[in-house]
Design a protein around this ligand. Structure first.
Ligand code: GLC
Length: 636
């Protein structure tokens, strides 16, 4: 492609070529005759082209690869279920549907929560009882046994793990969920495959074409050079970023030794993964959880995380979905420094993103009884592009990492390293008076790095039997439910599920403490959920109340929270302006009653209605007193 042409001219020329080539095929000519498809291709072609040319333009076959990609989109669209095409249209007319305050997410492992896909299907009435509109099923595709990183080592993106069911059952489940008003969320694990994936097996046999799909080197020279600047992610498994193959070569594996990083500098990988993505989109996936996005591109002398090319890849994948499966959206899983997290959030990249900072700082505030860092994060780190949404959660299937910015912390007088040490000690009960019962994850004495595993209930004090555990859980979930975007419940949290230490008896799990927070379905707790005399019952009714509040409070739909300075470090404040009225949320993170002085409410009406308590509250006469762990949502 000549450098003398502008990108636009190049794109035009490329499009003419691609269209001409497409028209030579049966699929191409019939699909281009479809106005809606042609329109979407027309709109998104430049994005795909520009990125493809930038990443792979040096290759003589770049344009032909683009023709193949567009043909792939065409075929995929033709095979898309008419019901899904109908949904595509409906969502095109209501593009911000996922910002509604009706949205409520849940996440679970298929086997641990319900044995198999049929079991999940049988739980749909419960999901409806809870009010879920979004269900993330943890990885359920074929993966190595017994080690598979909880399914994040995928051996085939088209085959369900046989113990869970098959691809037809998955498709049927997606349909059932859709009918029940619940979107299906599945992981797109596209940074790596398992070492048992067909591509990896061929690579291991020495096949050159497949070896080129991974980062494989004949000796330690290049790997060692890369490792001078990369981080160790799972040091308990192996040091550095590479592992050695039986034939002496080295392969990049950021996570476990059986997860091999794909080489996206090879366009074959891009195409192959795009094909897997579109296949899954046609199963009826509504949101892809884009797993471990930070690591997808490697560049010598960098830390190989969050590189600009990662964003290009995500945008290109996103554009392919816009063409072939337009209602499908992306959620980024970037559990990294907040400066980098936001870079993934964009209408044209990932419309949703986990909010790891808010999650971690909610725990930080509970431990310190001081909400200053959380307040600062809401003021400074919460704002994201219009039409995008945070996924706010209290905990996930993973560990909790203290991903806050050191300079943010320093402004509040906290030295990052020491504060992380304190938090780690607090959450693994090595701090006097701690209510938490967490377990260290990837404790790396060499670097001082450590993260925390544990269920919400165990981290909040239910396991240690300390006062205020239920209140802490509800307080944490009240923040997730009201700060904007989609709240996500780790299913089992709503009935107070505790840590499960049985992983210590399983050799395939004992070295990965995250299994402590991936327990089996707590049958008894669920049976007790309507009994107010039980812990599960009290918590469940509190959670149901929060959910009902969320669903009837239009101010907290989508968007973002705006900081409100309470003047009391123990009390978090944020506002949610709505179309007709506003809601001010105040949350007391202390174990004691706290005041917010009346002067804080100057300029507000004299009284406001507390949606949580269901009564009016005087604001300006004497200020507000909050009980320990109390939260109020004040409409005015
Ligand atoms: C993501 C998953 C985590 C997994 C890792 C590697 O971070 O959440 O569970 O270990 O990716 O796939």
């Amino acid at each position: 492609m000549s450098n003398l042409l502008s990108t636009e001219q190049q794109a035009r020329a490329a499009k003419a070529y691609v269209l001409q080539e497409l028209r030579k095929t049966d699929v191409g000519s019939s699909i281009l005759a479809e106005e809606a498809f042609y329109g979407r291709l027309d709109m998104n072609f430049v994005t795909v082209f520009a990125i493809f040319a930038e990443l792979y333009g040096y290759r003589h076959d770049c344009l032909d690869q683009l023709v193949d990609l567009m043909l792939m989109c065409g075929k995929s669209w033709m095979e898309r279920d008419p019901e899904l095409q109908k949904l595509d249209k409906a969502r095109e007319l209501d593009p911000e549907w996922y910002l509604s305050n009706q949205m409520l997410g849940g996440v679970c492992y298929v086997d641990r929560y319900a044995k198999n896909l049929d079991g999940i299907r049988a739980k749909i009435p419960y999901f409806q009882e809870l009010g879920l509109t979004y269900l993330h099923l943890m990885p359920l595709f074929e993966s190595p046994r017994p080690l598979n990183d909880g399914g994040y080592a995928v051996s085939s993106y088209r085959d369900v793990e046989p113990a869970l069911g098959d691809i037809h059952q998955l498709k049927a489940l997606a349909t059932e969920l859709r009918k029940a008003g619940i979107s299906l969320v599945l992981d797109l694990v596209f940074n790596h495959t398992s070492n048992e994936h067909r591509w990896a097996r061929k690579a291991a046999e020495g096949d050159q074409e497949h070896s080129a799909m991974y980062w494989i080197f004949p000796d330690r020279n290049v790997p060692s050079a890369f490792e001078r600047s990369t981080r160790e992610i799972f040091p308990d498994d192996h040091p550095g970023s590479f592992i050695q193959l039986p034939d002496g070569r080295y392969v990049w594996s950021t996570f476990y030794h059986f997860q091999w990083d794909l080489n996206y500098s090879n366009p074959t990988v891009f195409r192959a993964m795009a094909e897997e993505m579109l296949y899954l989109a046609n199963i009826g996936v509504d949101f892809f959880r884009m797993d471990a996005v930070a690591f997808m591109w490697k560049q010598m002398n960098t830390d190989c995380e969050n590189l600009p090319e990662v964003h290009k890849l995500l945008r290109a994948f996103n554009a392919l979905c816009r063409i072939a499966a337009p209602s499908v959206l992306f959620k980024s899983e970037a559990i990294v420094h907040p400066d980098f997290v936001v870079q993934y959030i964009d209408r044209y990249e990932c419309q949703l993103s986990y909010n790891p900072l808010q999650m971690a700082l909610t725990w930080e505030a509970l431990a310190t009884r001081d909400a200053s860092m959380l307040t600062q994060a809401i003021e400074r780190r919460h704002n994201i592009a219009r039409g995008c949404a945070w996924v706010n959660y209290v905990r996930s299937h993973d560990d909790i990492g203290w991903t806050f910015s050191d300079s943010d912390a320093l402004e509040l007088g906290k030295e990052g390293g020491n504060h992380r040490k304190f938090l780690n000690a607090f959450f693994v009960n090595r701090h006097p008076g701690s209510f938490a019962r967490g377990v260290p994850f990837q404790d790396n004495p060499r670097t001082g790095d450590c993260r925390i595993s544990g269920t919400t209930a165990s981290l909040a004090g239910l396991e240690s039997g300390q006062d205020g555990a239920l209140e802490r859980i509800l307080l944490a979930y009240s923040v997730a439910m009201s700060t904007g975007g989609i709240p996500l419940i780790y299913l089992g949290d709503e009935v107070g599920q505790l840590n499960d230490y049985s992983y210590l008896n399983d050799p395939a799990k004992m070295d990965d403490s995250r299994w402590v927070n991936r327990p089996w379905y707590p049958e008894q707790r669920y049976n007790e959920r309507h009994d107010p005399d039980t812990t599960a019952g009290r918590l469940f009714s509190g959670m149901k109340h929060l959910i009902q509040l969320r669903k009837t409070t239009e101010e907290i739909a989508g968007g973002r929270a705006i900081g409100f300075y309470t003047g009391n470090p123990a009390v978090l404040g944020y506002q949610r302006p709505g179309p007709h009225s506003n809601v001010l949320c105040l949350c007391n993170f202390s174990d004691d009653p706290q005041w917010v002085g009346r002067h804080r409410f100057m300029g507000m009406p004299p009284t406001a209605y507390d949606l949580v308590g269901g009564h009016d509250i005087e604001l300006r006469s004497s200020g507000i007193q909050l009980r320990a762990h109390q939260y109020v949502w004040l409409r005015y």
